[in-house]
Design a protein around this ligand. Structure first.
Ligand SMILES: Nc1ncnc2c1ncn2[C@@H]1O[C@H](COP(=O)(O)OP(=O)(O)OP(=O)(O)O)[C@@H](O)[C@H]1O
Ligand SMILES: [Mg+2]
Length: 267
């Protein structure tokens, strides 16, 4: 039996879709049978992040309305053996779904995969609830800024009310230079504001945006600082004990090397 992990945020644009695709790819590369579900019905874009937009024939509304089975709606990645994707419907709202079939959908995924990552829309609307009610764990993606953290806090409350026991934080687009200049909040302060355990820290890295723009989304980022950050998050989701700042930077003191110095006491 696998686990369903919802990737959520309070504010939009914090990096949920980016994280879902890269961490999903890292899990698959590590040999874990992984399914990525776009929970953002109506505004789907995980398909683009995975380079699978032209492969979509069915989506999960076809399973939930009973016209397709799980095999029909699962799209296999052409690049990674263990990676599958399930598309969101573009015009069927999740509020039209029966509770019973929705539960069956998530249960079937859980029975078949080791990891099911659900890329939620920002906030606590219908798409979020569609996945959150069935999630075993949650990853909250936030930027290191007060408004992003404050909105994230409300999402954490709702997840806890729903009984999701493991709710962890990923801080995205961290820039040590901005922290040093006291323009960006430091990691410790962010953790204090939310009061949930940290799962990972991802540097602001132009390679992330570039890989999206080039349309070769998660494939190129196996190395480099952001790539290592995504891999470490995948391994922590697997339960491996990896010190939060223990990144390997190939001997060069890069962005994460500097971060490590900043937060060396966490190691
Ligand atoms: N670590 C990073 N470094 C640089 N750019 C990043 C990083 N993470 C995300 N981005 C960029 O930020 C933008 C928003 O990312 P993304 O679409 O993943 O956010 P989201 O939380 O899924 O947004 P939404 O709430 O609209 O679903 C994208 O252009 C992405 O390339
Ligand atoms: Mg998104």
């Amino acid at each position: 039996m696998g686990k369903i992990v919802i990737i959520a945020s309070g504010k939009g644009g914090t990096g949920k879709t980016t994280l879902t695709s890269h961490v999903g790819a890292a899990l698959a590369r590590g040999g874990r049978l992984t399914a990525l579900v776009d929970a953002d019905a109506g505004f789907r874009n995980l398909d683009i992040a995975l380079g699978l937009e032209s492969s979509i024939v069915y989506d999960y509304s076809d399973f939930i309305n009973g016209s397709s089975d799980l095999d029909d709606i699962l799209i296999k990645s052409s690049d990674l053996e263990n990676l599958y994707f399930v598309a969101a419907p573009q015009s069927v709202p999740t509020t039209d779904f029966s509770e019973e079939k929705t539960e069956e959908f998530w249960k079937n995924l859980k029975n078949r995969f080791e990891f099911v990552l659900a890329d939620a829309p920002a906030g606590m609307g219908d798409g979020f609830m569609f996945a959150a009610k069935h999630a075993d764990e949650a990853v909250i993606v936030s930027l290191a800024e007060t408004s992003s953290l404050r909105d994230a806090d409300r999402v954490v409350d709702v997840l806890e009310d729903l009984g999701v026991e493991t709710v962890r934080l990923v801080l995205n687009r961290i820039d040590p230079k901005l922290i040093e200049r006291k323009i960006m909040m430091n990691v410790d302060d962010c953790i204090d504001v939310l009061g949930i355990p940290i799962l990972g820290i991802i540097p602001d890295d132009g390679a992330v945006t570039e890989s999206m723009i080039k349309g070769v989304p998660y494939m190129e980022l196996t190395e480099g600082e952001a790539g290592i950050a995504f891999k470490n998050i995948a391994e922590r989701l697997e339960g491996k004990q990896i010190p939060i700042m223990d990144f390997e930077t190939g001997g060069k003191k890069g962005l994460l090397g500097r971060l490590r110095e900043f937060f060396g006491h966490r190691q």
